[in-house]
Ligand binder design. Structure first.
Ligand code: FEO
Length: 407
């Protein structure tokens, strides 16, 4: 049976949820699943906005056919070719061979990369560039290029008539939808962490390109954002822009401490825990601590985007940084996280070698600062090191206070 939600008089949500999926992009755990959003406009012309992941094809086609009521599809707007949205493009075109494919030149090129078509579709293309417009009847659309948000071909479209931004992956989130498709129908505040995890892991590397899109979008009057994943945003548009500006510029939301530790037999964990109590005694609030071997690093990276200060506490392993900590640090670097202050605790039972390696790795990133004194422990922290760990806590607290003083 069809599974459709009306958004406005003529715009429909025909997206589908996947709650069986374990790993989004075969990397990111999604315990609440994911939604693949597609939209359908019934104007003088009919418009389908992107397709969907192949795992939900049956429901998608049922929805589409129900809305078309036997009529042909006039337009297929393509914003992004990643297969979670583009998997069914070939089927849609072959089913509706007269459809106009609205795409930019890069999308067209990549379409032939993904598919071999049995029919000639050259004449189906309507290629658009930045600022071009298309009228579908009552509605008029314009197009903004958004390369690397999150692939090079991405563009977004803006319905000037109803002031709706079809934002592709931007402003999306992990998590399947639960009947409520609008941000004002849920406790949106609780959802922010998954928006952040989605942003930081999927597009976090491309802050500069996200900023370019934000600069274009800020000139638009936007009543509603329709992303390709997650809720339709109509109440918290300003809030989302505020978050995106912070994230795209690698500015922390929380002036506090994220502690990430790698511990084999508990010595490094204990040092991290002792430090956290010292920080708490000094008045540092809302800290977050993770064992990098336990929590998937997509969650820790997300909090690295949130927090101003990051403590890296690692045991030495294979004469270097512990493997799971090395993966986490590599994730921070690959996602280009900037402007963070790091404190380092290194541990080693015979050769304690990882602290300098950690600092060297993180120094590659623009705006990395380091609390001057590393804490070095041999197997376990000793009573005579209490003053050292207190001093480390004081230096971190001072650095937080300095940051607060600047803003
Ligand atoms: Fe949801 Fe970049 O695809």
């Amino acid at each position: 049976m069809k599974n459709i939600k009306k958004i406005t008089d003529d715009l429909y949500y025909i997206g589908c949820n996947d709650r069986r999926i374990e790993l989004f992009e075969n990397v990111y755990p999604v315990c609440d699943g994911v939604s693949y959003n597609t939209y359908f406009l019934k104007d003088d012309k009919t418009v389908l906005f992107d397709t969907i992941d192949k795992h939900v094809a049956e429901q998608f086609f049922e929805n589409l056919e129900y809305l078309l009521q036997g009529k042909p599809l006039d337009y297929l707007f393509l914003h992004h070719l990643e297969p979670d949205h583009g998997a069914l493009i070939k089927e849609v075109i072959e089913k509706y061979p007269g459809v106009k494919i609205v795409a930019n030149a890069k999308i067209k090129q990549m379409l032939y990369q993904f598919f071999e078509f049995d029919i000639d579709i050259e004449s189906n293309f309507h290629i658009v560039k930045e600022g071009d417009t298309i009228k579908t009847g009552k509605h008029e659309f314009t197009f903004l290029m958004a390369p690397m948000v999150h692939w090079p071909e991405v563009m977004v479209s803006y319905d000037k008539t109803d002031m709706v931004l079809f934002s592709a992956d931007a402003f999306g989130s992990f998590g399947a939808l639960s009947g409520n498709i609008f941000d004002d129908e849920v406790n949106f505040h609780e959802k922010i962490s998954e928006y952040r995890r989605y942003y930081s892991n999927i597009v976090g590397k491309y802050g500069q390109q996200v900023n370019m899109l934000l600069n274009k979008a800020k000139n638009l009057e936007i009543e509603m954002i329709c992303p390709l994943h997650g809720l339709i945003i109509r109440k918290h548009i300003a809030k989302m822009f505020e978050k995106y500006i912070l994230w795209a510029n690698y500015l922390p939301e929380e002036k506090s401490v994220l502690i990430a530790y790698a511990s084999v037999y508990g010595g490094t964990q204990n040092a991290a825990e002792v430090l956290s109590y010292k920080l708490s005694d000094l008045g540092v609030k809302n800290m977050k601590m993770y064992d990098v071997s336990k929590t998937h690093r997509s969650f820790i990276l997300s909090d690295a985007f949130k927090y101003s200060h990051i403590v890296i506490a690692s045991t030495t392993y294979n004469n270097g940084v512990f493997v799971n900590m090395e993966h986490f640090i590599s994730d921070i670097i690959k996602h280009n996280l900037q402007n963070r202050t790091y404190a380092i605790i290194e541990n080693g039972s015979w050769a304690c070698n990882c602290g300098n390696s950690i600092q060297d790795m993180l120094s590659q990133l623009k705006g990395s600062n380091f609390i001057e004194n590393k804490l070095t422990i041999k197997s376990s922290i000793k009573r005579e090191q209490e003053a050292d760990i207190e001093n480390l806590a004081k230096e971190i607290k001072k650095s937080i206070d300095d940051l607060q003083g600047k803003n």
